[in-house]
Ligand binder design. Structure first.
Ligand code: SME
Length: 160
């Protein structure tokens, strides 16, 4: 079993290390839930500012909680709700430096201060979103956007 390990400090360097580790984890396994569960754990280890990381999977025009690391969370999110719904419908990554300033933010955990949500696309369709939350204000920035883009692309190739 591979373990994940990351260079302390440099966030961009850590993201560069994440991709091959995810590829290695997915290499011999095609079970979606198993791969998403390991992806959540690897991303949590890669991004120490993260209080919660996980997936909401598109099911019948709703986002339904998938594998995650962190506290228990909201189970279903309508597409017109929250940062997750906005990222899914706008089909783009949304960075929220201060969730109290995002109209409609869903506070699954009252301690969450900032958030990034990345859509995962398969054949151009949004199949899920990847959500990272932090107890720190402005924990996520352009480095996270750039670092998570290839991760989302890789995740889009899983067995959705
Ligand atoms: N804050 C998200 C909901 C999911 S939880 O944070 C895990 C949102 O506004 O969509």
């Amino acid at each position: 079993m591979e373990s994940v390990a990351f260079t302390p400090g440099d966030k961009a360097a850590r993201y560069r290390e994440l991709l091959p580790q995810l590829q290695a984890l997915f290499e011999d396994e095609d079970d979606l839930v198993a791969n998403l569960a390991n992806a959540a754990a690897a991303i949590k280890a890669c991004v120490p500012a993260t209080s919660w990381v996980g997936f909401y999977i598109m099911k019948q025009y709703q986002l339904v909680l998938g594998p995650f690391q962190g506290n228990v969370a909201c189970v279903r999110i309508a597409l017109d709700r929250g940062v997750c719904g906005a990222a899914a419908t706008q089909r783009r990554t949304i960075v929220v430096p201060d969730v109290s300033k995002f109209p409609g933010h869903i506070a699954c955990d009252g301690g969450t201060m900032s958030e990034i949500v990345v859509p995962i696309k398969r054949d151009g369709q949004v199949v899920a979103v990847l959500d990272l939350d932090s107890y720190e204000l402005a924990a996520f920035d352009e480095v996270d956007v750039q670092g998570l883009a290839p991760v989302a692309e890789l995740l889009g190739k899983l067995a959705w």
